[in-house]
Design a protein around this ligand. Structure first.
Ligand code: ACM
Ligand code: ZN
Length: 807
């Protein structure tokens, strides 16, 4: 029934007799429609197979479109040329062209395969489409954007479902062979060709398809690193292929201003360039012409570009261009480091708002998007706290504090955007100090901000760090984790679900210097994001999705996408039993196999690193300082080798009681982490480091019986850029009976100087002596507040440790 209605939606200029034919065709074929179990498309669609002959793709395919609707036909021609080279020639024409010359009733007798595009501007869901394959005709029906989605489905049907890309290496030969045969006029040897998949056939079917969420985005940070117009366009094509519809274009940052603004030429003369630590210049920007080109390119693909102009924070490149924008007015440099920086726009100066309004006016001229993203995240309030103008503003506007000043700032910008017919979207910090009823919130610090905003009636885009930060490593966000993403959290009541517009994957580019790196971060994870945002949850299944992903690799290779891994090749899980450490290999790769090697601490530099031995059983005793594992997928090495370092000592497996709380973001192995023998590398996110935020470390260890030892030392992580400081002080007490306590160590480590190295720190001052104890009480004082000389002055410090080693 639905299909009939759908055909009648075809625009009135479409000839009546064709509609009748189409109706008739539907009724006769759809009777035997059946559900298809497996299909290789991403995002998954829901086809109904029909009986009847297959559609065969030949050299020449006629594409018919309605009068004045040539755009989508041209896009289809572009897609065929992009994906299938010169395998097929598409000839475009209006329906009328044909009808003027031929009887409409001969329409279905045409020898050549045809694609009919029915563009209906009145479709309810602008992304809905219906794709029908019959013996000689493929018809795609939908709104202007829906048609684009349907065309990309067709590309995947031919290219992935029918293995065009898998057989692409032999394609050219067969194609030449076919041509040669044709030129001498002999019939084609179709058996031979079908075997090699040159003549692709599509089964008769109907696909009705529409997205679960209307906002399916990817954030591309072109500020930390600059990406060329060609790279941005490549990504727009890839997004279209996977039905993503929003490019969230992060254009301004502390490290670079990337958008040409006529009124403020210094933004690109000065703000677009930074001097790297090695003295080289780095930068670039997009001219207005290039931005027009990108916005138009996106629009042709049904993708909206939402620009992000960060305020009031992440704005040091603008301040470097025009120092009067800041509280101090002092000249600063475009930042050449990563982190959060305290130079922000002064909220007390009227000239700040005049500047931002002028900038946003030019931004709105370039970008037709309904939303303008204004950032709003990570705004250190230090400058505002120490600025007379900002403090005056707090008084004159009757604001409580700097958080309300931030809210004032955002709401003033929002009013300006609204006056210009646009809507504001910002990161979840815009909730702090009060949110207007009309702003849209992008939730990144977990789901909580998004939940609060949705309950408040505001629109929400979900992109929590837990699932959506594709700049993070696979140890925290792998393909499966992305597939588990649901933009609608289970705790959100049903009446608020409508406020969740969708989600985004975020590509912050601090550690993405070039396109190859970008490819490896985005792919294959964006395939999971695409399906999560498009396909209804009840139709999703990870194991089945994983198999489909494998079928997409030949296409990505053809497109020269340097896709990365699906997951860390394996995790080395460990447990302690009777003082011994055991390891178990765990991998998300189906049927993974392993080869391992051991290294002693002293031997590492002399070892023969090619020697690995096959692992015969999954669980085995940890024998040495370093375990290296090669993971094999289908018998072939998969990714880099996985390593874990160990320290063997007398507290391994001891009972630990916590009197302070580690952060739920950095739990390592939880309550056993500090005595599990696992030690970390120079990466505080490696899963071995336990983090305490603004808290001391207060633990007690029970060795189970009185033991003799020479020394206790604790490994701490230090990385001031990430607010991770070494301890302020440390006190260790020992007891044999839990009644009498002796102080083993009581040290104050004093003030800390600026040092941006990542390092593993431990107190080298305590001497080896013979000690005896059963109980060890440890109190490590947190450094406290980030010191004044630091960009994040006044924030709580982190304290990270991986192991309490009792030697
Ligand atoms: C963010 O990641 N600072 C939005
Ligand atoms: Zn100020």
């Amino acid at each position: 029934m639905f299909r009939i209605i759908n055909f009648l939606r075809v625009s009135p200029c479409f000839p009546v007799h064709l509609r009748v034919t189409a109706l008739f065709l539907f009724v006769s074929l759809n009777l035997s429609a059946q559900k298809n179990p497996v299909f290789d498309l991403i995002p998954q669609v829901n086809p109904l197979f029909k009986s009847g002959k297959e559609f065969s793709l030949r050299d020449t395919i006629f594409v018919y479109h309605q009068p004045n609707k040539k755009g989508n036909a041209e896009y289809l021609k572009f897609l065929f040329e992009k994906y299938f080279g010169d395998s097929y020639a598409l000839v475009l024409g209006e329906f009328e062209t044909y009808l003027e010359h031929e009887s409409p009733y001969k329409y279905y007798d045409l020898q050549s395969p045809r694609i009919m595009l029915f563009e209906d501007s009145k479709t309810g869901d602008s992304e809905f489409y219906q794709l029908e394959v019959s013996e000689e005709v493929i018809s795609i029906d939908g709104g202007e954007i829906g048609l684009k989605r349907g065309m990309n489905t067709l590309i995947q049907l031919i290219g992935v479902e029918n293995d065009y890309f898998k057989f692409a290496p032999v394609q050219q030969d067969i194609y030449n062979f076919k041509r040669a045969k044709k030129s001498i006029g002999s019939p084609l040897d179709s058996t031979n060709l079908i075997q090699t998949k040159q003549w692709i056939s599509l089964q008769p079917m109907i696909i009705d398809d529409h997205p679960k969420f209307s906002h399916r985005g990817m954030l591309l940070d072109c500020a930390r690193h600059f990406f060329s117009v060609e790279t941005v366009k490549k990504y727009l094509d890839l997004m279209a292929l996977y039905k993503m519809n929003v490019l969230h274009w992060h254009l301004t940052e502390d490290q670079g201003w990337r958008i040409e603004i006529d009124k403020y030429p210094n933004l690109t003369k000065v703000g677009a360039w930074r001097t790297e630590k090695d003295g080289t210049k780095y930068g670039g920007y997009y001219t207005k012409k290039q931005i027009h080109e990108i916005v138009a390119y996106a629009m042709e693909r049904g993708i909206t570009v939402i620009p992000e102009i960060e305020l009031p924070g992440h704005s040091q490149a603008a301040i470097a261009s025009y120092p009067w924008l800041s509280c101090t007015g002092e000249q600063v440099e475009v930042v050449n480091d990563w982190g959060v920086f305290k130079e922000i726009y002064c909220a007390g100066n009227e000239s700040t708002f005049e500047f931002l309004e002028n900038v946003l006016t030019e931004v709105m001229e370039l970008f037709p998007s309904k939303y303008i993203h204004i950032g709003g995240d990570e705004v250190p309030k230090y400058r505002w706290e120490h600025c007379d103008k900002c403090q005056n503003r707090i008084q004159s506007e009757n604001l409580k504090d700097e958080h309300e000043l931030q809210s004032y700032f955002i709401q003033r910008i929002e009013k300006f955007l609204q006056k210009n017919g646009r809507e504001l979207i910002g990161w979840d910090e815009i909730l702090e100090g009060g949110l207007s009823a009309t702003a849209t919130v992008q939730s990144w610090r977990g789901f909580e901000g998004g939940i609060k905003a949705a309950e408040n009636g505001n629109g929400v885009v979900m992109s929590p760090t837990s699932h959506c930060y594709f700049d993070y490593g696979l140890q925290s966000i792998d393909l499966k984790k992305v597939y588990e993403f649901n933009p609608i959290p289970s705790e959100l009541e049903v009446q608020f679900h409508k406020n969740i517009l969708g989600g985004e994957c975020n590509l912050w580019s601090e550690h993405i210097p070039d396109e190859a790196n970008l490819d490896s971060k985005v792919f294959p994870r964006i395939l999971a994001m695409s399906e999560v945002l498009w396909t209804a949850p009840e139709k999703r299944n990870y194991a089945e999705f994983y198999n489909r992903v494998q079928e997409h690799y030949p296409m990505l290779e053809k497109l020269e996408v340097k896709y990365g891994l699906e997951t860390t090749p394996a995790k080395i899980q460990t447990f302690v039993k009777e003082g011994k450490i055991y390891a178990t290999m765990v991998s998300e790769i189906p049927n993974a196999t392993y080869e391992i090697r051991w290294d002693e601490k002293e031997m590492e530099l002399d070892g023969d690193f090619t020697q690995f031995e096959k692992l015969e059983k999954d669980t085995f005793e940890v024998k040495d300082w370093k375990l290296s594992v090669k993971v094999l997928k289908n018998g072939k090495p998969y990714g880099e080798k996985v390593e874990q370092f160990f320290e063997f000592h007398k507290a391994i497996g001891a009972k630990v009681t916590y009197h302070s709380n580690f952060s739920r973001w950095y739990p390592a192995a939880g309550e056993q982490a500090l005595v599990d023998g696992r030690v970390g590398i120079i990466d505080f996110k490696d899963g071995n480091w336990q983090g305490f935020w603004g808290e001391p470390i207060d633990v007690e260890i029970d060795l189970g019986s009185i033991k003799e030892f020479e020394r206790i030392f604790i490994r701490f992580f230090q990385y001031q850029n990430s607010w991770i400081f070494r301890p302020k002080s440390m006190k260790i007490d020992l007891s044999e009976d839990h009644l009498t306590w002796n102080t083993y160590q009581d040290s104050d480590f004093g003030e800390e100087k600026s040092n941006n190295e990542k390092m593993i720190w431990y107190d080298r001052s305590n001497k080896s002596t013979l000690n005896k104890a059963r109980y060890i009480k440890i109190h490590v004082e947190n450094y406290g507040k980030v010191p004044d000389w630091h960009e994040a002055a006044g924030q709580d410090c982190w304290l990270f440790l991986d192991e309490i080693i009792v030697k």
